[in-house]
Design a protein around this ligand. Structure first.
Ligand code: CTP
Ligand code: CA
Length: 228
């Protein structure tokens, strides 16, 4: 008997979830990072496992513990995350990119700690672009029929609303689903409550969810299941 009664509608599926935020080293003691806790990705992994899936969680610097019963692959950098996700994706029915992946990394990593300068000048950090893992997965499809799902945190600005930015990103990424999270204006960050819109690859709304990160995870897996 199962402790939690509920649908086992992901049984027989292998799902890969990336979660957390990457760290890009500058020297042995410093990195460029972001504030992602990994809570949404961990919720996705936990809910998928509860619904019967085999789960691989590619975990970048999580601030919360991973759920029991999932395979955890720890990574630090965007390059390590890319390698780990691609390795797991060869055998996956769906890849969900919930991680906050650094767009850029320092062009070079110093082998020794960078010292403060005696002449009081400030160093400049040169950056180079990281591979867009989501767009690459969507373009390649490492396994036939594999679904690829992205996440995007958006604020509205002078160039468009949350939904307009989300639609443009959905078209640009080529993923099957893009989960757009409205942040700012008292939503998203630092709260346990999210408000999301799920778009398909053409930018059409296929679902909306408000509530906890577990509620959002449930809505995402429903949308994935409906595509299978
Ligand atoms: N992503 C990725 N690889 C990167 C950057 C982002 O796979 N190098 C993925 C994220 O995991 C997320 C999706 O792309 O699923 C959207 O990330 P986001 O930062 O919103 O998109 P960008 O295209 O980087 O756009 P911007 O940062 O300018 O909003
Ligand atoms: Ca980005």
């Amino acid at each position: 008997a199962f402790a939690l009664a509920g649908p086992r509608d992901l049984a027989g599926r292998h799902v890969v979830v990336s979660a957390g935020g990457t760290r890009e080293p500058l020297d042995p003691v410093r990195f460029l990072g972001n504030r992602s806790s990994g809570r949404q990705g961990v919720a996705l992994a936990r809910v998928a496992a509860a619904r019967g899936a085999r789960v691989t969680l590619v975990a970048a610097n999580l601030a919360v513990p991973p759920p029991a019963g999932v395979d955890v692959v720890p990574v630090e950098t965007a390059a390590q995350l890319r390698d780990a996700v691609r390795a797991a994706a060869k055998d996956a029915d769906v890849v969900v990119m919930a991680a906050a992946v650094a767009d850029y990394r320092p062009a070079s990593v110093q082998g020794a700690k960078i010292k403060k300068r005696a002449d009081r000048s400030a160093p400049a950090i040169e950056l180079v672009e990281n591979v867009d893992v989501l767009a690459e997965l969507a373009g390649e499809r490492l396994r036939e029929g594999q679904l690829v799902v992205g996440f995007a945190a958006e604020t509205g600005d002078d160039d468009g609303s949350v939904l307009e930015h989300g639609r443009a990103k959905a078209l640009r990424k080529g993923a099957d689903l893009l989960v757009v999270n409205a942040v700012g204006e008292g939503r998203g960050f630092g709260t346990d409550v999210n408000e999301v819109v799920v778009l398909d690859g053409a930018g059409q709304v296929v679902a909306t969810a408000g509530g906890t990160k577990d509620d959002v995870a449930g809505t995402v897996w429903d949308a994935v299941r409906d595509r299978w």
